[in-house]
Design a binder for this molecule. Structure first.
Ligand code: MFK
Ligand code: FAD
Length: 501
């Protein structure tokens, strides 16, 4: 008989995830566990179904049809099955709403991000617009704009698929994605007082969403970042037709191919200021920090999937007379990947927990500062690590890892995005400098001591983080007034800090 290799099998992403189970035991109060476990079980089941479906069919992609049969502009986008299922899965299992549940108090974010972690790969990056919707809800809350909150939050946080709305995050333009101070979109006010946006947004990932937060420059305002304003827009009429925007095309991307990322023109789209007509980046910052947390969670979910498959395969594949898992060097390779992944998991879920504590006013000032620092660190570190682990995973499968219909190459292609969007590694390294400058050493050190606990077993860990922080602060102090040296060293500093954390 000809030899046929057993395919890898996906272990149940919740039942067989020892890290997640342990985290629930450690950090979620007993009385909150039943509802959480029910959702996590269902999302784990959905992930298994989605994995099987992906291997059984040709991967789908969104299709944009710009013109109707009689010449009318329609810009209709057909979505993949996982995307069509997105609103139901999301609302049924509170993938977004759990993070804003007042009854959950400081645990809400942790419980939410456990759901995100299990849902992400099955969602085919429906988690991207979910992250932005979560970010929009958070930024609107933080703005104190009660009229807007009353209008948008019941949709963004809905647990009913029919009422649920997605929000986009319209920042990037042709002139700048990192440097949004170069934004060319203009906000003009009609005689009747209605604001309207005119311009081109170059990457809009939730283009099918019903709403968005958009940066634009009020007509006549100065150049630069500070003069930008943040606007809320709704994209469609009640009958589903687009309002004053045109979809120019969908991007042809390396990965995230199920995600409809579009280039659009705004042709007088009605808009409402979220707050004052300047300092829009300050207003959108809560959104950035939330989407960056989602990014870290989703990058970590990719690593978990990679390790689950690589570990399973190592038990099925024989080489040189024994299963790969019994080859010392292969076992060591997997163990090294696992160690990096577990560190990423710990850092990421600590950020999730801190976010919940800060939002519920259950955190010390030091913890709030620690959150500000760890958010860019978790995003930048997990973004890079997920690519390295996905690449190593493909190699763990040998030639099969390079072959499309195994589904494995997609893991690597998709992972590449985590480091690029929501602030590249360099931009987040510079944000780390910004965070350190605004926090100072003392409260951070205190918050780290609280995080790691005070028993002797943690002495080495405490010293490692404390030393890394002290060296970072020293570096900043030594190069104060020399931005060239400071910025050139920012990535090294950020990665050292992230690894220590
Ligand atoms: C599936 C995974 C889920 C993830 C979904 C992802 C979907 C992808 C969608 C996108 O990619 S959306 C586009 C994301 N774009 C970015 O992340 C922009 C990257 N660029 C930056 O982050 C720049 O640092 C930034 C534009 C924010 C600021 O650069 P500037 O022009 O040099 O401005 P400046 O003066 O440093 O900052 C302006 C204000 O914002 C300052 O406050 P003040 O006005 O009070 O002085 C900053 O302190 C504040 N700020 C900046 N970043 C902040 C922040 N505040 C809090 N947190 C931050 N992270
Ligand atoms: P640039 O800003 O031109 O960066 C080019 C390089 O320069 C990078 O390596 C960067 O790290 C480096 N660099 C820039 N500034 C500095 C500096 N000061 N110091 C050191 N290095 C620097 N954007 C949205 O607004 N909404 C979306 O929905 C959205 N969806 C996206 C979906 C996908 C799949 C992708 C790939 C991108 C999406 N983006 C979206 C855009 C994304 O946020 C930007 O591409 C990203 O922020 C980088 O901006 P840029 O492409 O202009 O690159």
């Amino acid at each position: 008989m000809e030899f046929l290799q057993d395919a890898p099998r996906l272990p149940h992403p919740f039942h067989q995830d020892r890290l997640l189970q342990a985290l629930i035991e450690r950090r979620v109060p007993a009385e909150r566990r039943a509802a959480l476990v029910a959702d996590l079980t269902a999302l784990g089941d959905y992930a298994c179904m989605a994995y099987a479906r992906r291997l059984d069919s040709t991967p789908g992609e969104p299709v944009l049809t710009q013109w109707g049969p009689w010449g009318e502009r329609i810009d209709r986008i057909e979505l993949t099955p996982a995307w069509r299922e997105g609103p139901v899965q999301t609302t049924r299992h509170a993938v977004l709403a759990a993070g804003h549940d007042p009854e959950a108090g400081p645990h809400g974010r942790l419980e939410q991000f456990m759901r995100v972690y299990l849902y992400h790969l099955a969602s085919e990056f429906y988690t991207c617009p979910l992250a932005m919707t979560d970010g929009a809800a958070t930024a609107i809350k933080a703005s104190g704009n009660e009229r807007l909150a009353a209008r948008a939050l019941p949709h963004f946080l809905s647990r009913d698929a029919d009422a649920f709305w997605l929000s986009g995050q319209w920042m990037t333009e042709t002139a700048g994605g990192s440097d949004v101070g170069r934004t060319g979109t203009v906000a003009r006010r009609d005689d009747d007082g209605q604001w309207r946006l005119y311009g081109r947004k170059w990457f809009t990932s939730a283009v099918v969403g019903e709403a968005a937060l958009a940066l634009a420059r009020p007509e006549g305002a100065d150049q630069g970042t500070d003069a930008l304003a943040l606007f809320y827009v709704e994209t469609k009429h009640a009958d589903g037709r687009w309002r004053e925007l045109r979809i120019d095309r969908l991007k042809d991307k390396l990965g995230t191919r199920e995600l409809p990322t579009a280039e659009i023109h705004l042709e007088g789209l009605p808009a409402e200021p979220v707050g004052a007509l300047d300092h829009g980046v300050r207003l959108i910052a809560p959104m950035l920090n939330v989407t960056r947390t989602w990014n870290a969670v989703c990058a970590t979910a990719t690593m978990a999937r990679c390790l689950a498959l690589a570990n399973d395969y190592a038990r099925r594949r024989q080489a040189f007379g024994r299963p790969l898992i019994e080859q010392p060097l292969h076992a060591r390779t997997l163990a090294d990947m696992q160690a990096e992944f577990e560190a990423a998991f710990a850092l990421t879920f600590h950020v999730a927990e801190l976010l919940g504590q800060v939002e519920a006013s259950a955190a010390s000032p030091g913890q709030a500062k620690l959150l500000r620092l760890l958010t860019p660190l978790a995003k930048l570190w997990t973004g890079k690590l997920s690519v390295a682990i996905a690449s190593e995973t493909l190699e763990c499968f040998g030639g099969a890892g390079y072959i499309e219909d195994t589904g494995l190459p997609q893991l690597l292609r998709d992972a590449q995005v985590y480091a690029i969007w929501e602030g590249t590694t360099n931009v987040l390294s510079l944000d780390t400098l910004r965070a350190l400058a605004s926090t100072g050493l003392e409260p951070l050190t205190q918050a780290i001591e609280d995080w790691l606990g005070h028993d002797d077993a943690q002495t080495e860990a405490r010293n490692t983080v404390r030393d890394a922080l002290a060296r970072a602060m020293d570096f900043i102090a030594r190069h104060d007034g020399d931005p060239t040296r400071l910025q050139a060293g920012a990535r090294g500093l950020a990665i050292t800090l992230a690894r220590a954390a």
